[in-house]
Design a protein around this ligand. Structure first.
Ligand SMILES: *Cc1c(COP(=O)(O)O)cnc(C)c1O
Length: 372
């Protein structure tokens, strides 16, 4: 198989060779596809089932994550819902790592109360505990690593061994939004499924809402997911599919830059007076830090000139999020405090701007936030 950089840059090229030889894949807006006769088909029929532009994207996503089958859907939450609604029924249970995207918590609480599903949280460290939590009704173990927003790392290989030894039928699923396939390949580490909010690094420009579910195998599980997707219908539209193919062509370059500037800022932030503690997983463009209590968060946010105070990540434009009032606002204060998601925790998505300009912006904004 070609290297990932080649797969990314070449996506869609050659897809229209029979008609035009277009290098950038055409966008097919047609929802209906003509059949030459009864029982005969071009392979396409109706765009909720299968759609040419989306198909190019899905084949690429599968290749990027070393899976055999991928589904491109309307958002990251739609991808999570596609996975959970495909495999869980009343009486089943699932396990999730304890520091997650806030929307995932909201979703898990929703399905557990409405659909009679039991779920337990795992700290990502105690493997004996994990083995003890898994039983014959455990359908999914859900992980996010590095964790969001406190950047804890979970050992994926070890988790996969423990999960599959405890119950070979349990699906190990990993939310790979933060690192992308450039820095982490959960399927190679033993996971059965990978989910992305493609709204973030895969899209990379703060302009597409999209999600992806990638499965290790194109077998019965893939068929179950496909049938469920046709039934529920949260597919990605043709224009967003094309935009995502286009965005992915530079994923490797963007991630290399996010990572370089991320490492630089994570080190430099530690030396800024007013920054108490920096949380950085050692790779990628996501950093969290605690602002000292003698500094005012609102003044800090108002003082930023390059960073935008906004709720997302992974784009060209650097963003700053306050998890306690944005991404994780849904969680109870008690749960937030247990996880360290306090009101002075700041999450930084390092964009593609000059790294020194970004450091200067953070430095001046922190300095200006000192309470007199
Ligand atoms: C944003 C995000 C999601 C949800 O994705 P949407 O595209 O907003 O629906 C899930 N997981 C992580 C880690 C995220 O950052």
């Amino acid at each position: 198989m070609a290297h990932i950089d080649t797969i990314l840059a070449q996506a869609g090229n050659g897809s229209d060779d029979e008609k035009s030889g277009a290098v950038s894949s055409p966008i097919y807006f047609s929802t209906a596809y003509r059949h030459p006769g009864l029982g005969r088909s071009t392979g396409f029929n109706y765009s909720r089932m299968i759609q040419p532009t989306r198909k190019i994207l899905e084949d690429e996503l599968a290749a990027l994550e070393h899976g055999q089958r991928a589904f491109a859907v309307s958002s990251g939450m739609a991808a999570i819902d596609l996975l959970f609604s495909s495999f869980l029924k009343e009486g089943d249970n699932f396990i999730a790592s304890d520091d997650l995207y806030g929307g995932s918590f909201r979703y898990f609480d929703d399905i557990s109360t409405k659909s009679g599903l039991d779920y337990k949280l795992w700290d990502g460290r105690n493997f004996q505990k994990l083995a003890d939590l898994i039983n014959d009704k455990t359908r999914i173990v859900w992980l996010e690593t590095p964790s969001n927003p406190t950047m804890k790392i979970i050992d994926l290989k070890r988790t996969a061994q423990v999960v599959h030894a405890a119950n070979p039928q349990t699906i190990l699923a990993v939310d790979n939004t933060f690192l992308s396939p450039i820095f982490q390949n959960p399927i190679l580490d033993g996971a059965d499924a990978v989910v992305h909010s493609a709204t973030k690094y895969l899209g990379g420009h703060n302009d597409i809402l999209a999600g992806a579910l990638i499965l290790k195998e194109d077998g019965p599980r893939a068929e179950t997911v496909y049938q469920n997707l046709v039934t529920r219908g949260q597919v990605l539209d043709p224009f967003s599919s094309w935009l995502l193919i286009r965005s992915l062509k530079t994923l490797h370059l963007r991630m290399a830059r996010h990572d370089k500037s991320g490492r630089f800022l994570a080190e430099a932030l530690k030396k800024i007076p007013g920054v108490d503690k920096v949380l950085y997983p050692g790779v990628g463009g996501m950093i969290s830090f605690y602002l000292n209590e003698k500094y005012d968060i609102d003044l800090f946010l108002r003082g930023l000139k390059i960073f935008s105070f906004a709720e997302s990540l992974g784009g060209a434009e650097s963003l700053i999020t306050i998890p306690s009032v944005q991404t994780h606002q849904y969680m109870s204060e008690k749960r937030r405090n247990q996880l360290g998601i306090t009101s002075n925790l700041v999450r930084v998505s390092v964009g593609l701007e000059d790294q020194q300009d970004l450091l200067d912006d953070l430095t001046q904004a922190v300095r200006g936030a000192a309470i007199k």
